[in-house]
Design a protein around this ligand. Structure first.
Ligand code: SAM
Length: 253
């Protein structure tokens, strides 16, 4: 799909959901995510946000701590909504906002590193985009070559700087038993995801081909599994539930 405002990972349909659900169905997730993001304290004053969309899930006050925010987002509608959400929020300080439509993620595997180097001392935040790569790249398994290339590019881009990501880990029609957030010492295995959040399901319920009750969003290997991780329930819409995985790292000050 080449039309950015109709792209498979976001676009107009996603903005309509954002308008409808951000303050209602998504509110508990957004609140829990804000707490998790608050604990991420990178020393960098610049931030690059990958897959910013209209900023539907990240509370605007998160951006107060940065002087410059560059959003990598191909969808021009998203720029409008993002800018408007920040303008309307009662922030004590406002970062300089910039938007970049050109792809730095899916094509040239050196593009993200080069952009971050050009930005200088910038932290990078992946906002619910890593779990969408399987859709954006039409990947069927973790071994898919374009997906592996983006994985390597993200690993290179996060080396030596502060980074954070929240992304779809699994999704399906069953509501996870995950009322607030679950904070754990390392990335959970698929079997642990099922046992902790879907105790009614069989251990093999997570599948990458869509044949199980839970769709694997193919996010293994992007970030260090041994780092602390957090898990949240995000009801994308009534009857569709995503378990969001979040992890971060901070470069030495
Ligand atoms: C699920 S949405 C992100 C949700 C959003 N962060 C929020 O707060 O609601 C995924 C986003 O990734 C964007 N996207 C698609 N291709 C991209 C690319 N090559 N680089 C950066 N973002 C991309 C889509 O336009 C979409 O807005």
């Amino acid at each position: 799909m080449s039309v950015a405002w109709l792209n498979e990972a976001g676009g107009l349909r996603y903005h309509l959901r954002g308008v409808r659900y951000a303050e209602t169905l998504w509110q508990p997730f957004r609140f829990a995510l804000a707490e998790w993001l608050y604990a991420w304290q990178p020393p960098e004053k610049k931030l690059v946000v990958v897959g910013a969309s209209g900023g539907w899930c990240v509370q605007p006050f998160f951006y107060e701590r940065f002087t410059d925010v560059l959003c990598l987002e191909p969808d021009p509608l998203a720029h409008f909504f993002f800018r408007r959400r920040l303008a309307r929020a009662p922030l004590e300080s406002r970062p300089r906002l910039r938007f970049e439509r050109r792809d730095h993620l899916l094509g040239d595997s050196t593009a993200l590193v080069r952009l971050l180097e050009a930005e200088g001392d910038a932290a990078v935040l992946f906002t619910n985009v890593v779990g969408q790569l399987r859709v954006l790249l039409d990947a069927q398994s973790a071994d898919d070559a374009p997906l592996a290339a983006v994985r390597a590019a993200i690993r290179a881009a996060t080396a030596g700087r502060s980074w954070a990501s929240f992304h779809d880990r699994v999704s399906g029609p069953l509501e996870p038993e995950l009322t607030a957030a679950a904070y754990v010492e390392r990335r959970l295995t698929d079997a642990e995801i099922v046992r902790r959040f879907f105790p009614a399901l069989e251990a093999g319920a997570v599948r990458s081909d869509g044949s199980g009750e839970l769709l694997d969003h193919l996010t293994a290997g992007f970030f260090p599994a041994e780092r602390p991780h957090a898990y949240f329930s995000w009801p994308l819409m009534p009857g569709v539930f995503h378990v969001i995985e979040a992890t971060s790292g901070v470069r030495p000050a």
